[in-house]
Design a protein around this ligand. Structure first.
Ligand code: GDP
Length: 324
């Protein structure tokens, strides 16, 4: 790949170049990694998209919402990219964005870029590369990058570390239960959107919204957030009711954070987090690669036989790795 030409093509908005570049950053091959780093280094830093993390369990209407929301943003003249962080792919080989029929209209819009989720690799790996994919979309001039994930916990933490805003999408609940949403995910949410607030589900959606508004109020108010956030609203991806209001609230929060320095501070903290995470992941993967793996196995066997004390064996292993 011609790195300089690709960097140029990405910045001039060529979607095929962007797609190829994302494939490059997702690749585990060492030569691809070197090219990916060279490419990322060539990208301008001044363009900043609004990065919106969107989480919700399967069936709440994420793809329907993203399609309606994305088309609304495009109608406002914005360019929209959609990426996915998909923890399920690590286990099943499946993909939450793999189904090509999802977001059909949005996928056809020239101002949109939809990226199916990576199809393999382990969670940390996928997540790190998702961040790089976001950076590529920013360089390509997308105004809004939607980063989608399913609500299982680990991936939310990752998405929150990539996003400027974190939105949790819920469906109306039948009873008064809080749908088993993990507390940690609630704590990350800047906004909860109760989808499907239409037809027969409208009243239940309002009740669910009220329940979550109460729960959010009890949970926390971040000192760095303006009055009224985090908030819970109802939307309908079908009728588009509430979508302009939700977008207005997202923009207001983003603007407030920009004006008060929290935006820069949050991005700086995220950059530092990913710097350390990159090192952590690299060190961890060196443990499972030869020759270290063999050394650890053999020392581990000696520990198991009682020939070596664990701490002595560990000291030897670290010395063999040059870290003694
Ligand atoms: P995802 O698994 O979270 O991506 O959810 P989907 O977007 O595939 O939607 C799951 C189901 O909910 C589908 O049958 C949709 O037609 C339905 N759905 C999505 N949005 C709405 C909505 O706003 N109102 C209603 N009534 N149904 C919706």
């Amino acid at each position: 790949m011609d790195i300089a030409a690709t960097a140029q093509a990405i910045q001039s908005g060529e979607r095929r170049a962007l797609a190829r570049a994302i494939t490059l950053v997702e690749s585990a091959r060492a030569d691809h990694r070197a090219q990916a780093l060279a490419l990322l280094a060539q990208l301008p830093k001044e363009k900043q998209a609004l990065r919106i993390g969107l989480s919700g369990t399967p069936g709440v209407g994420k793809s329907t919402f993203i399609e309606a929301f994305g088309l609304m943003l495009i109608a406002e003249g914005l360019r929209v990219a959609v990426l996915a962080v998909d923890p399920s792919s690590a286990r099943s080989g499946g993909s939450i964005l793999g189904d090509k029929t999802r977001m059909e209209q949005l996928a056809r819009a020239p101002a949109a870029f939809i990226r199916p989720s990576p199809s393999q690799a382990q969670m940390g790996g996928v997540a790190r590369r998702s961040r790089e994919a976001v950076a590529l979309c920013e360089a390509a001039g997308y105004d809004v990058v939607l980063i989608e994930t399913v609500g299982v916990g680990q991936s939310e933490t990752v998405v929150a570390q990539i996003s400027d805003l974190f939105v949790l999408l819920l469906a109306p609940a039948g009873g008064d239960e809080l749908q088993g949403v993990k507390r940690g995910i609630m704590e990350m949410a800047d906004m909860i959107l109760v989808n499907k607030a239409d037809g027969d589900l409208a009243a239940a959606a309002q009740r669910t919204r009220a329940d979550y508004a109460g729960a959010l109020h009890l949970l926390r108010r971040r000192p760095q957030d303006p009055e009224g956030y985090p908030l819970a609203m109802t939307v309908s991806a079908y009728t588009q009711a509430g979508l302009p209001e939700a977008w207005a609230k997202m923009q207001a929060l983003a603007a407030w954070r920009r004006e008060n320095g929290h935006w820069i501070a949050a991005r700086a903290a995220q950059a530092k987090h990913w710097f350390l995470e990159e090192i952590r992941q690299n060190l961890l993967s060196s443990l499972t690669a030869e020759p270290v793996r063999g050394i650890l196995n053999s020392l581990g066997d000696q520990v198991a036989r009682g020939d070596l004390r664990p701490e002595v064996a560990a000291a030897r292993a670290l010395a063999a790795m040059g870290r003694g």
